[in-house]
Design a protein around this ligand. Structure first.
Ligand code: ZN
Length: 296
């Protein structure tokens, strides 16, 4: 699934490119020392300029290489859930059970925001990257519904695993064709960082062949968080679908037993010394990622 989505963003290079960036671009694993693209594109221009023009001394009108290469650079990594539990539908609202209607609704809301509508038999699949709202203004059409855009998005994921973007360039894979200058807002799934080798056709980088490493987002639709959506979700579980939702849950700190401190015996003293618990920053609570699996 993830591989397929990423492939959608990429164009495999046809034959060797003679750019000095060529080998590095095609071998992202060998590129840890090249994470150099600064956030502001204009600042990247001087570094990239020597490699850009075919003729020395600037941009040549004779030959402009407009081919585009997009290579995976750093895949998106979703955190593994620290703990798992099950939610048993048959126990719903039974006395003393934790399976309540309210809890089911809360978990379904999480499930809906972590799933994307697609052409799979179930109609949706688990999102393989963080979902966020991306506001964009298209800078350049890179072909195959891929666009370089000036974009902004809020942080997403636990502990803001996906950092927010503010007026930054990003690569977007849109559902519908667009053109430079178009603006809009999409639900985007973060598919990692990609390396884009292209020739900008916008100022101030126009005509300079360069490589940018940018966050990439795939336009997608999330499941509907509605009673009807919840109904279909329950029916799917009863029919045997293996579904789960990941949420952050607050649990008592194991190290200090939820007290926020541990005790240390003091020689010759009646009272123990209280040592603040570092694990939970003396709060007595921990927030952990929990995967809840749903069973009939
Ligand atoms: Zn603690």
């Amino acid at each position: 699934m993830k591989f397929r989505l990423l492939l959608a963003l990429l164009v495999l290079p046809l034959g060797a490119q003679t750019t000095p960036f060529g080998t590095r671009v095609s071998d992202p694993a060998a590129a840890p020392t090249t994470i150099t693209a600064p956030a502001a594109a204009p600042a990247a221009a001087p570094a990239a300029a020597p490699a850009a023009a075919p003729a020395a001394g600037g941009v040549s009108d004779e030959f402009v290489d407009n081919s585009v290469q997009v290579s995976p650079f750093r895949p998106t990594l979703l955190p593994e859930a620290k703990s798992t539990r099950t939610f048993q539908l048959s126990k719903l609202n039974r006395l003393g059970s934790t399976e309540t209607t309210r809890e089911l609704q809360r978990l379904y809301s999480a499930f809906a925001t972590q799933s994307i509508v697609d052409g799979s038999p179930a109609g949706s699949s688990k999102a393989v990257g963080y979902l966020t709202t991306v506001t964009y203004s298209i800078l350049q059409d890179l072909g195959d519904n891929r666009y370089l855009a000036k974009a902004a998005w809020p942080a997403s994921g636990p502990n803001e695993a996906l950092a927010p973007g503010v007026d930054t360039m990003a690569l977007l894979l849109l559902e519908k064709p667009a053109k430079a200058g178009d603006t809009g807002k999409i639900t985007g799934m973060h598919v990692g960082t990609v390396s884009v080798l292209f020739t900008p056709d916008f100022a101030p980088l126009k005509g300079r062949r360069l490589t940018l490493r940018r966050e990439a987002f795939l336009e997608c639709a999330t499941l509907e968080d509605s009673p009807a959506g919840l109904q279909r979700f329950v029916e799917a579980i009863v029919a045997g679908a293996e579904l789960s939702a990941t949420t952050n849950e607050t649990i008592p700190c194991k190290k200090c037993g939820g007290l926020g401190f541990t005790r240390e015996a003091q020689k010759g003293q009646l009272l123990d010394k209280r040592v603040p618990c570092a694990d939970c920053a003396s709060t007595g609570k921990l927030i952990i990622s929990v995967e809840t699996k749903f069973v009939p």
